[in-house]
Design a protein. Structure first.
Length: 209
């Protein structure tokens, strides 16, 4: 059963309810895999983790959960539409991507590395659906590993990114535009830094109260 094929849109209440419940399961898995990675002394990003995050996000909502897309996709419509790399390029691009992340694990701070993960996964767009949800949680996975554990907060950074969608999309486009002159993740890094500060400041405020 794939709910989207049955109801035709993501605004349908059945789709929305399952999407929220999937998100809860995705965050539970995310926290578990953060703890397991640190417990095993293996702080790294793997294709297996990314695919598992996508599976939890879109299971029973869309086709091919956790599987790389077997076809071209388009993000948006009209002249501003984004056309990700061809589907046959995805496996190699994902391998190079995770290699790059792990190669720079010690030389980049947590927010820098999370920013790169967030942008690059959106750029590759490796799945049929749920790419944004997967990119946000993969970025948070890296951030938590770099921070030495699950970061506290009732509303964590992936949710804050989603709530600031317009600013988020604009920042992604700015990073994309920089590719022709040299990758600059600065606009997206600034957004993530601010949202993380907000998350941690709220926690500090609750503890002080």
């Amino acid at each position: 059963m794939f709910v989207f094929e049955l109801v035709g849109n993501e605004a349908n209440p059945v789709y929305s309810k399952l999407a929220v419940e999937n998100l809860d399961r995705q965050y539970s898995f995310l926290q578990s895999i953060v703890e397991a990675s640190l417990g095993l002394g293996q702080p790294m990003l793997s294709i297996e983790v990314i695919r598992a995050l996508n599976y939890h996000a879109i299971s029973c909502l869309h086709v091919s959960p956790g599987e790389f897309r077997p076809c071209p996709v388009q993000v948006g419509a009209g002249e501003g539409a984004y056309h990700p790399p061809q589907h046959f390029q995805v496996p190699a691009l994902m391998q190079m991507f995770t290699n790059d992340v792990n190669r720079h694990w010690d030389s980049m701070d947590g927010v820098q590395l999370a920013t790169f993960v967030l942008w690059k996964l959106n750029y590759i767009h490796p799945f049929v659906n749920g790419n944004g949800r997967t990119a946000r949680t993969a970025a948070y996975f890296v951030l938590c590993l770099k921070s030495g554990g699950w970061l506290p907060g009732q509303k964590v950074m992936p949710e804050r990114i989603r709530e600031n969608r317009d600013e988020y999309v604009a920042a992604l486009k700015e990073v994309d535009a920089s590719l022709s002159t040299g990758l600059n993740i600065g606009p997206l890094h600034a957004l993530l830094s601010r949202l993380l500060d907000e998350q941690l400041s709220e926690v500090e405020g609750i503890e002080a109260g």
